[in-house]
Ligand binder design. Structure first.
Ligand SMILES: [Zn+2]
Length: 211
């Protein structure tokens, strides 16, 4: 058990209230915030995440996630043509080029492509993984949805999440013309360069835990 100094207790609470309980509640809230954006219909697929809430609990003394982590506020998406945003600029340049080309083509079909997640820092990915483990209360299930920082293609800059649902659907149908393929069967929003432009995408892996 982590020893907690008296001053980190919540003022006015009985000393018997374990700070760890408060920590867990805060973590659960963070986790729900992060995974609330998980559904394909949501604007922030598989990774919203959120900066720590404004309390003075020990867990929130960590530096909040920010643009330099590739973090985008919950529910937000950006145009793939946005300049100077790390989640885009730290992406594999070929991937970004392909996404922009596909987005331009999608526009002519009346579909607006937004990027809901791109490059991520290791600590952002770890945050998402921790949140998933908390929500699913099962590491194996969490691993189906969120890769480790070591394995994540978002951390290596080789993956992009596309929103919103109509755009992800469009990308699934026509992205291969630009080399973009949905690589996990359970994530319709997640694309990687996986084929030569104009080729046929390989069958997606079942999920992020599949080798
Ligand atoms: Zn993804």
């Amino acid at each position: 058990m982590v020893r907690v100094s008296p001053r980190s207790r919540v003022a006015g609470w009985p000393a018997a209230v374990p700070v760890v309980l408060v920590f867990l509640v805060a973590l659960a809230a963070l986790a729900l915030t992060a995974l609330g954006a998980c559904a394909p219909t949501g604007p922030g697929p598989e990774g919203g995440g959120g900066p720590a809430p404004a309390t003075d609990l020990p867990v929130t003394r960590l530096t909040p996630l920010g643009e330099d982590d590739g973090y985008l506020g919950e529910g937000e998406g950006v145009s793939p043509f946005t300049e100077d945003l790390p989640l885009l600029t730290r992406m594999d340049p070929e991937l970004l080029k392909a996404v922009r080309a596909a987005a331009t083509e999608a526009r002519t079909a009346g579909v607006d492509v937004v990027v809901t997640s791109g490059w991520r820092s290791e600590r952002y990915q770890q945050f998402l993984l921790d949140a998933a483990v908390t929500v699913y209360a099962d590491e194996e299930e969490a691993a189906r949805w969120v890769a480790t920082p070591q394995a994540s293609s978002h951390v290596s800059g080789e993956a992009v999440d596309i929103g919103r649902t109509d755009a992800a659907d469009w990308m699934g149908r026509y992205g291969a013309a630009h080399g973009l393929c949905q690589t996990y069967a359970n994530e319709m929003w997640h694309f990687e360069l996986a084929v030569e432009p104009g080729g046929t995408c390989p069958a997606p892996r079942a999920d992020a835990s599949a080798g």
